[in-house]
Structures are given as C-alpha cells and as structure tokens.
Design a protein around this ligand. Structure first.
Ligand SMILES: C[S@@+](CC[C@H](N)C(=O)[O-])C[C@H]1O[C@@H](n2cnc3c(N)ncnc32)[C@H](O)[C@@H]1O
Length: 252
C-alpha cells in the first residue's frame, strides 16, 4: 500500500537493515551478470532505479563503474548514503526521474518495475528510463515471470517466514488479481516470542508477460536484445519465477 509520500509501505523497506540483508544475499551473483554485460557494451556510467539499500551500487562502484542510485523510500536512501557517502543516492520516483541522456546503462532489479501497476505508469516509467540513457544505452529489467505463477497456479498460498533480525516472523498470504494482472502479497508480522501481531503490510505488483513487456519496450523506443530466466546467461527459457529483459535504446 502507498504511504502519504507515494512510497510503498513494506516493513522490509522501512527497516533498511532487513532489506540490506535480503539484497546482500543476491548482490554477488547479480553484479557478476551485470559486470559481464557492461564489459560487452563498454558501459561505465550506470543508474540503479529502485536501488533499495544500495548494495548493487556499492558493489559495482568497487568493480570500477560510476553508479547513481535512486529509490522512492527515504529511509533506504538515508541508509545507502550513510553506507557509501561517495555514491550519489537520492529519493526519486521511477515515473519522474529527471535525468537526460546521462547513463550508458539503467538497471532496475527485483521487481521494482512491477510497482508501475497500470499501463500508463509502465509507459511513464519506461519513458523515464529512455530519457536517462545515452544513445544506444542498455536497459536491464528484472521482474516476475507471470507464466510460472499463473500456469502452475502455485502463487495462491500462505507461508510462514523465518524469524528476522527484529525478532519477528511474517505470515505471507499471496494471491492474484487475474483481471488486472496483479500479484498481491499480504504480510502480517508477529513477535516470535509472544506470537502477538505487531504490524501488517500489503504489496501490489504488476505482472507483465514477455511479449507484453516487449510491446511496451518497443512502443517507448527500445529494442529487446534478450530474455533470461536467471542471472547466469544460461537460462534462455523463461521457466523460472524471474524474467530478466535486456533492451537497448533504439538508434533513430
Ligand atoms: C523489491 S525492492 C528491490 C530493491 C533493489 N532493487 C534490490 O534488488 O534489492 C523494491 C524497491 O522499489 C522501490 N520502489 C517502489 N516503488 C518505487 C517507485 N515508484 N520509484 C522508485 N522506487 C520504487 C522500493 O522502495 C524498494 O526499495
């Protein structure tokens, strides 16, 4: 659910150490993939849209890139700035970024783009990515692969998460709004000692099918280079929960 400032209310994002530990568990593999791709396309200056706690920016800076990170959540940006003051981190909405032809690549990982839940917001977001990129710039989108969720109908379920660093556990209830193509994740947090409810949140994200994503990208000035099912260049078949799209700003 959206907060007053438009950012997403999720316990994980409002407790940056929780999100940082989630992000850190993926960062090596994901940055290895990006590094390989960036070397191939001679990328140097990069924009991380929805950078969260900043882990990818920090890792990629250490690999020699020049990252800029934006996220709509103020707490996550404060946390990232404190962790790495030399990186330019700021609060911004993916629908209104304000960059103009500055980056060799834009990447947006772990379903950030799925927060653009309407067609209008998705187009606005992609147009902002387009504007931020230099000529022939690369766009890397990592989001849900809805085929898996819908085909196997495995997304409609409830599960209990492990206790986190705050001594809470979450019961997660997942459902799908088929008409609007939305994935709904409702989390209720309980104190692990007392089992008393502490808080709850709800996240609603857009699922975009591969050909639909291709259509939106082509309509906003990109050509699609590749789809992958994981961050290892081997998963050409979209048979996992992830859909990673590599697109390039078209030459006009
Ligand atoms: C699932 S997290 C992913 C964070 C990071 N990319 C990663 O790989 O860990 C989603 C992030 O998107 C951010 N976000 C949600 N809506 C956004 C928007 N409209 N503009 C920018 N960031 C947004 C959230 O604040 C959160 O940090």
């Amino acid at each position: 659910m959206a907060k007053k400032d438009g950012s997403v209310h999720r316990i994980w994002y409002d407790e940056p150490t929780l999100w940082a530990s989630e992000q850190d568990s993926r960062v090596d593999k994901e940055c290895k993939f990006l590094d390989k791709l960036f070397k191939k396309y001679k990328v140097k200056k990069i924009l991380d849209v929805g950078c969260g706690a900043g882990s990818h920016c920090i890792k990629l800076k250490n690999l020699g890139y020049f990252p800029v990170g934006v996220d709509l959540n103020k707490k996550l940006i404060q946390y990232a700035k404190k962790k790495s003051p030399e990186i330019d981190f700021s609060v911004a909405d993916q629908k209104n970024l304000g960059f103009n032809k500055e980056f060799d690549a834009v990447y947006t990982l772990c379903t950030v783009i799925a927060y653009a839940i309407t067609n209008e917001d998705l187009v606005k977001t992609l147009k902002n990515h387009y504007r931020a990129l230099k000529k022939n710039g690369l766009l890397i989108i990592d989001t849900f692969n809805p085929i898996i969720f819908i085909d196997k109908a495995e997304y409609e379920h409830e599960r209990k998460n492990k206790e986190n660093a705050l001594g809470l556990y979450a019961i997660r209830k997942y459902s799908v709004d088929e008409n609007k193509q939305l994935s709904i994740d409702e989390a209720t947090f309980y104190n692990a000692k007392t089992n008393k409810k502490v808080s709850s949140d709800k996240s609603v994200k857009r699922m975009t099918f591969p050909q639909e994503m291709r259509f939106f990208l082509e309509q906003t000035g990109f050509s699609v280079l590749d789809f992958y099912g994981d961050f290892d260049f081997k998963h050409k078949k979209l048979d996992s929960h992830r859909m990673i799209v590599i697109a390039q700003k078209k030459k006009f």
